[in-house]
Every structure is written in structure tokens, then in C-alpha cells.
Design a protein around this ligand. Sequence first.
Ligand SMILES: [Zn+2]
Length: 289
Amino acid sequence: MPDDGNVSESGKLNSIAHKWCWGSVDVSDGLLWNPLIAEMATAGSVMLEVWEHVLSPRQRADLTEGFAAEDEHSARVAAAFLSGVSRIGHASPSHMVSFGAGQQASPTLGRARAVWQEQALQAGLPLPPDWARVRRAAPEHITAAVLPRLTGCDCAGYVDGEQCRDQEHRGLYVVAYALNRHGADVLHADTVAKAYRATGGSAWDAVRVSLVDAVAHHVGIGALELPRLIRPSDPARLTAFGRLVSQSNGLSHGHAFGSFVSPHDTWATISDRARLHARDAVSRMGVAR
Ligand SMILES: [Zn+2]
């Protein structure tokens, strides 16, 4: 395992640019920013822990049926992988240039942003030169737009919010659209089409491939295995899963632990810390272990 990158499915060493996507920013305690990949991996581990220690046998069986998975093991790793990649839309130009949005403006924040930007560009993160002209879309809509393509659908001709009609791939779209759905909201094809135009193109596609491969590696599957693990067809059966994903993401933020990892940390360190954080977070939910 190389120290500063990760190995993709094809076995090639990816660049380190993806480690410079930020997940959360908090300059109040000198923490600055936490890599998105660390929080994605933690969200995956939280789902594994919750599945094992929190869910009832009935809930596990319901989720497995909702996914149309062959067995609970397949459903569990697929759920963890999806939880981890549910924030893939954050790896987009419009979200990355909003570094520190929501934090109170301060000289510390300004410096943190400038240092992050310089180092991220050096690492190869394709930040746009003109931040004011970046196309905007909600990260969760970008997730719906890009995830099926990153998890096994390579069919030609389905762009701009169109869904692949291959039976094998339908589930990828069902689950990607359901991931960030709140309540009964249904994601409209036009919304996804608009998000397509804000994905940042092939340079950002490469960053997202690295992130998705890293999460897949972290939970112990290949990113392109998803269509073999689950075949969901009814979005209404994925509502409980959507809530678990939100919960896993909430528990994965760096400030939930008061500690951030560094993009200079090795992937093995980031992966280990994610598992540790997840065990902590889930045991703090007050569950008997
Ligand atoms: Zn397809």
C-alpha cells in the first residue's frame, strides 16, 4: 500500500489531490479543516457499527429486502459503502470554493482558506481560477448525478439526468437518487440535469473516482461490485436507509470528535482513525456493546 495515495480498482496509483477536498472547516479551536475522505470513510464505518450493534434483526432484514440483496452481509457492506460515498457531490468546484462558508469571517479563517487553496492547487486539486463564475448545484444533487457512473454504469448515452434502462443498473440510479432524499421529496430529472453541469468535468471526475475507490477499499469491496450486491427497485423501501445515512454523516464530522486528520497522513492512518472514530461515536450513542 503506497503511503500517500491509494490504489484504484485498476491497481494504478492515483494522485493525492482527492485528499485535499475539505469535509468540514472549523478554525475556532485551531483545527482548521478536515479532509472529506476522512469523513466519508468514517461515515462508512459508522454504518458498519450501527448495523452490527444498533439495528434489530428485524431492521436488518427490512434493509436487506429493500436493497433486494442476496444476503445480509452484501446489504451491510453496500450500505456502508453508500453511506461513505453519499457526500461525493461535495467534491465539486462549487462546494470546494465555499471553504469556511457559515463560519464567522476572521483573519484566521482567511489565512486558513488561503493556505488550503495554495496547498490544494499544488497537490493537483482542479480548483477553478475564477471562483465567482463557478456553476452552482447542491452537493446532494451532484451526488445523484455522478454516483451511478462511479458505481458500475458505464453505458453510453445516459447523461443530463437520464437514467440507464439496463436492468442490472437500474438499482444504482434508484439508490443514488434515494440517498439524500428527505421525507417524500422525489428528485426531479431536471434538478439532476442541472447538477450535471456543475460537476466540473473530467478533472473532477478523476478526483471523485479516487474518493469512491478509497471508500470502497475502506469497507472491503470494489466500487464496481455494487450492482452485484444490491438491486433495489422501490425507492419507498429505502426511506429508513436514507435516515441512517444522514445519521452516519452527522456522526462523521471532524468536530464531533474534536480532532481532525491531516491530508499528509497516510491512507492507512486515515482509515484506522475512521474506524476508531466510528466505534467511539456509536458506543457514545449509549448502546450496550
Ligand atoms: Zn447502465
